[in-house]
Every structure is written in C-alpha cells, then in structure tokens.
Design a protein around this ligand. Structure first.
Ligand code: GLC
Length: 420
C-alpha cells in the first residue's frame, strides 16, 4: 500500500501537528506501507516526516499561490487570478509527480492541497480530504470545495462540529469525524522544561509565581487580545506571569497578528513584566511543562484545538474556550475548565481561581492526562484512519471489484454520514 500525503505548509501549525501524528501512527500500525509526503513549502515538518521513515518531496508553491488566503482574496480578485494562474502550472507538475509515485490513496491536508489534489488525482485513486477547519464561513473556499467535491472519496474531519459545518455545504459528501491524537510520550508530565523568562527576555520571576500561557499561532481568532485583557484584569495581588508562546507562521495575507501589534496591546494595558513573548517554539512539550496553567482563548469556534489535548497530556490545568469542536474534547470542571469564547472578564476569573488553588490545578492535570491516555492516543487514530482508507479503496473501485463487508469506522454518536 502506498499513500501520498499532500500538505501546503512546512511549518508546524495545528493541521501539520495533526498530520505528524497521522504519519507516526499509520507508520507504526502498518510498517510495510510506503508513505510519501509532498509539501508546498519547506520547513521542520519535512525533517520530522523523514525521521518517521516517510519519503518527503518539497515542491514549493509559487508565491502568488502561497500567499492566497481568504483575507487576500476578499479585498480584490487580482490575488485570486494570479494564484489561479500559478496553480495551473503547479498542478501539472504535481500531476506528473503523482503519476510517477502511483499512490493507492491520496490524503490531502489543507484547503489548497484539497483543491490541487481534486484537480490532479489520477482516475480510480481514492482521494481522502482531511478537513481541519470550518468551511461555511469562508465564501471563496466553500465555493471552490463545492466545485471539486465530487472528486473526494471520503472527507475526514477533526470534530463533530466541523462535520456538521461541512455537510451544510456539501451534503452529498461522505464525512467521517476522527479526533486527533497526541504523542503521549513526548507530551507527558515528566521531562525537560524551559526557562520561559529567559526566552521572553524577562527577569526571573519570584518562586511563587504561577505561569499562565497562551500557546497558539498568531491567527487573529486565537484570542491573543482576550488573553492580554484577562491578564490585565487579574488582581495584581495574585502572583502570575503570562506568556504568549507562538508566532506568525503562515504565509497567507491578512490573517494574523504581528508581534508588534500584540506588544503594543500589552503595553497599552500596562502589563509590563507580567507578560512576555517567547516567540515560535518548534517543540511545545517542554514549554507546556513549564507552565502551571495553559489557556486556549479562541474567539471563534475552534474546530479542534491541538493545544488542549497536548496540555492535558502534559498533566496541566487547562482553561479552554467552550465553542466548536474544542468543547467536545473535555468535560468542564472534570479534566479542564471552560470559559465562554471571547469573554475576557470570565477568563480572568478562571485564571484567578486556578492560580489561587494548586490542589485544583493538580486534580485537573491528573484527570487531563488520564483522558488523553484514554481517548487521544495514536493507536485509536490509526485504527480509525485504516478503516477510512479501507472504505475509500472499496468505494472508488466499487464498479471494478464490488464492495464487500462495510469496514468499521468509529463515529462519535450523533454524527451524520452519507455515501456519495
Ligand atoms: C486546524 C484547526 C485547529 C485544529 C487543527 C488540527 O489548525 O484550526 O482547531 O486543532 O487544525 O486538527
């Protein structure tokens, strides 16, 4: 069996972190399978995948295609036309590459690759779209996915919430929710920690300081401003220090904060040494371990929220926005604590509450780790994806080979699924 994975970005955003676990878990479950990864940009993911035994080919996107995002396309048609032009020549090269590799399955990750894959996928090769984000709010992408949806054999999504959203746009699609996994060895309570103060260029904090971190890319909806406002609201008598961990990693136009904008906001709120920026970190596990409280503050419904399960796996007390797929990942008050998305005042109360109660933090952290061990491990991910691949292969070749018994795909209760 030979699978080609297609991913636009070489840096590690959420969808790439998810893909890393897909590659690792499929590689472990089926060591004889040949896994290939074609990237539209060079970056750390290439090396990570090579170390997992994956054949990696980097075919950089032309700049107009790399920069195109909803933000850029909304303002004018010009970026879209330019991107369409360069996508044409890129897709011809991709098609020729796929003809050489001769995959049994193509698994695309990321919107641009879904479209390019639909365009170039050889006939009779099943195409699995792995959709990590809401589609209905993106007009351009919804329209394009509708045009190309017939080429997709199965769409894997990361939560029930994303499944519902996708089916509203493409009701005929066969959609299978598969929750992401986390590497439970790397993301564990014991291991290397970091000097976050030094990384942020701050003087060492007093020993009783409770460290609170927002770990996210600089996408505008990740709630950096809500976090800053909450940090400024927490009483100065509570010894806390906040850290913004991450950076503006995407190439798309108009979709993310710059460090300068966030620093200005922190200055305006008078946060001073109560807050620091560590910058982007390749390895998040040591950073998470160095925190006492991990905050997830997305202001729009979060499709999944990798950091929530990573922080749970590290045994940390997590405060997460209760919206979208993120709300499916934990039970409020049991293994994490919820706050309404975008509500800085409530977030400040939750931070103050956990910062003042070390026992509660420990209880939440232990329950979080137990949940990660029960639900978010790679074996479960591999079992569910293998069922999807099996289903996709039979589906595409139905006319040739006929469909035998239905494979077992574990679907969370209440999820709709339809056959093309
Ligand atoms: C995307 C989503 C995020 C999710 C990740 C992995 O980045 O926005 O919510 O955690 O994909 O599925």
């Amino acid at each position: 069996m030979r699978i080609v994975y297609l991913n636009p970005c070489g840096k590690l955003g959420g969808a790439e972190t998810s893909l890393r676990e897909v590659l690792a878990s499929i590689g472990a479950a089926e060591p004889d399978w040949e896994l290939w990864l074609v990237l539209g940009e060079d970056g750390p993911l290439a090396e990570i995948a090579r170390n997992l035994g994956v054949h990696v080919i980097v075919r950089p996107f032309p700049p107009a295609l790399a920069r195109l995002g909803e933000g850029g396309a909304r303002s004018t048609w010009w970026p879209l036309l330019r991107a369409a032009g360069s996508a044409g020549s890129y897709s011809r090269r991709l098609a020729s590459l796929l003809r050489q590799i001769k995959p049994d399955i193509i698994h695309s990750n990321g919107f641009k690759m879904h479209l390019l894959a639909a365009w170039t996928c050889p006939r009779h090769t099943p195409l699995v779209w792995h959709i990590h984000d809401y589609v209905s709010s993106r007009r351009l992408m919804s329209g394009l996915l509708r045009c190309f949806g017939k080429a997709c054999t199965v769409a894997v999504v990361n939560s029930k919430s994303v499944s519902k959203d996708l089916l509203a746009i493409l009701p005929y699609l066969h959609v299978v929710p598969v929750y992401n996994a986390v590497d439970l060895q790397r993301f564990s309570p014991a291991g290397k920690r970091l000097d976050l103060d030094a990384l942020a260029g701050l003087p060492p904090a007093p020993s009783e300081t409770v460290r609170v971190g927002l770990v996210a890319t600089f996408a505008r909806w990740k709630g950096h401003k809500v976090f800053l406002e909450a940090m400024a609201t927490v009483s100065s008598e509570i010894p806390i220090r906040g850290y913004i961990i991450g950076g503006p990693i995407y190439q798309t136009d108009g979709s993310q904060w710059s460090k300068r904008e966030l620093q200005q906001e922190a200055d305006r709120l008078g946060l001073g040494n109560r807050l620091g920026f560590t910058g982007f970190l390749d390895d998040l596990a040591p950073a998470l371990r160095s925190l006492d409280i991990v905050v997830h503050a997305s202001t729009s419904p979060e499709p999944f929220g990798m950091v929530i399960i990573e922080a749970m796996a590290c045994g940390k007390a997590v405060i997460a926005s209760q919206a979208g797929g993120a709300a499916e990942l934990f039970d409020d008050g049991e293994n994490a604590v919820a706050h309404p998305a975008g509500d800085a005042a409530t977030l400040a109360k939750r931070i103050s509450w956990l910062a003042s109660d070390a026992k509660l933090r420990r209880r939440l952290g232990e329950a979080g780790r137990a949940t990660a061990e029960r639900l978010y491990h790679g074996k479960r991910l591999a079992t569910e994806l293998l069922a999807v691949y099996n289903q996709a292969s039979q589906h595409t070749h139905r006319g040739l080979a006929g469909v035998s018994a239905q494979p077992q795909v574990t679907m969370p209760a209440g999820t709709r699924s339809r056959t093309k």
